[in-house]
Design a protein around this ligand. Structure first.
Ligand code: COA
Length: 322
């Protein structure tokens, strides 16, 4: 049996930081409201010269360096993003060129906040069936570009960034289970109402930027985190005690706490970065993973459970030995 194992991780955050205090000067909100309702203190926001591909590139280079893998060895590159640089080509192809790789299959996956876990699932299946030996999976976003800064109900929630993982084929696990799902019924609860085919004028059409029915999304997210985590653990006939670290999508501290409680997972074993990064969609899990690895919290041989939930709705989970 061939497994995909994470050989290296990397991440990149834009230099510019927007604190809750900064937002107080931009809209009718308060640091206290944002902290209480979301746990967010600050977020990184891309500058004019930063893009989803430029953040991805740095995250990828750091992950390749940690893995000791050269870019031209990669045979699969997947970027999970809902904020690609361009409509065409795929951001994965832009990153591929900048890395100096030629010939790897390169594609974007839009599964909103579940994008990284969708990418991990795809790469894992490719590697298990011999379709790839070395893969790069990135989650990257510049959500600030589709944030309506006049809408306080969404503007305070999001941030920009990128995280990456280099996967290598191995005889030992590695990724032990992944699950991805979606249900398009809930399109109205979290969406942009403009787009390519529907028409989108990024310079003036703010009304078509991210819109969300926060309360309804909140309830669904909590219920889904619980059921998908259990699905993945049960798949391996395991138990929550087998998990050393839970890395949930970093949307909101209240969602994370509620999900951990339902899973009976103590918060000391939950990686949280939402306070510093806010919700970076597809980037949130690989950013949190890389931060915890580089801080020495997550160590080789430990078992990780990742779970994400996002627009679509999409959701996904992965259990792996790091
Ligand atoms: N600052 C101050 N007040 C705000 C505000 C802000 N940034 N945003 C909303 N409010 C106000 C509302 O207008 C409302 O006022 P009202 O009672 O006078 O009408 C009040 O705060 C409560 O709003 P409500 O939407 O009920 O708050 P909430 O407790 O549901 O929290 C969210 C709002 C967005 C934080 C919460 O619903 C949430 O986290 N949802 C999930 C979001 C998410 O993570 N989505 C991504 C999933 S991938």
């Amino acid at each position: 049996m061939t497994y995909a194992r994470i050989a290296g991780t990397g991440s990149c955050l834009p230099e510019k930081i927007l604190t809750n205090k900064d937002l107080e000067g931009m809209m009718e909100t308060s640091d206290e409201w944002i902290r209480e309702r979301t746990g967010i203190k600050r977020r990184h926001v891309a500058g004019d010269d930063e893009t989803t591909s430029s953040l991805s590139l740095i995250a990828a280079q750091r992950a390749l360096e940690m893995a000791g893998v050269k870019a031209d060895e990669l045979d699969l590159i997947i970027v999970g993003t809902c904020t690609p640089d361009k409509i065409i080509p795929a951001t994965a192809c832009i990153v591929q060129r900048q890395l100096g790789n030629k010939g790897a299959a390169a594609m974007d996956v839009n599964a909103a906040c579940s994008g990284f876990l969708y990418g991990l699932d795809l790469a894992n299946r490719y590697m298990q069936t011999g379709g790839a030996r070395k893969a790069l999976v990135i989650g990257a976003e510049t959500l600030s570009r589709i944030t309506n800064w006049d809408d306080r109900t969404t503007a305070v929630l999001f941030g920009d960034g990128a995280g990456a993982a280099v996967l290598e084929a191995s005889d030992e696990p590695g990724i032990r289970a992944t699950h991805i799902h979606s249900n398009g019924e809930f399109e109205d609860l979290l969406q942009t109402t403009g787009g390519v085919s529907l028409g989108f004028d990024a310079s003036c059409d703010r009304d078509k930027y991210i819109k969300m029915q926060g309360n309804a999304v909140f309830k669904r997210a909590v219920a889904t985190f619980d059921s998908m985590a259990r699905e993945t653990i049960a798949d391996l006939e395991g138990h929550i005690d087998d998990i050393d670290w839970f890395i949930p999508h970093q949307a909101n501290m209240r969602i994370i706490t509620a999900a951990a409680k339902k899973l009976s997972m103590p918060m000391e074993r939950v990686i949280t970065t939402v306070d510093e990064h806010a919700n970076t969609s597809a980037a949130s899990i690989p950013l949190a993973l890389d931060q915890a690895v580089r801080e020495g919290r997550i160590k080789r041989g430990e078992t990780l459970l990742m779970a994400a939930f996002g627009a679509g709705f999409t959701w996904g989970s992965a259990m792996l030995k790091f």
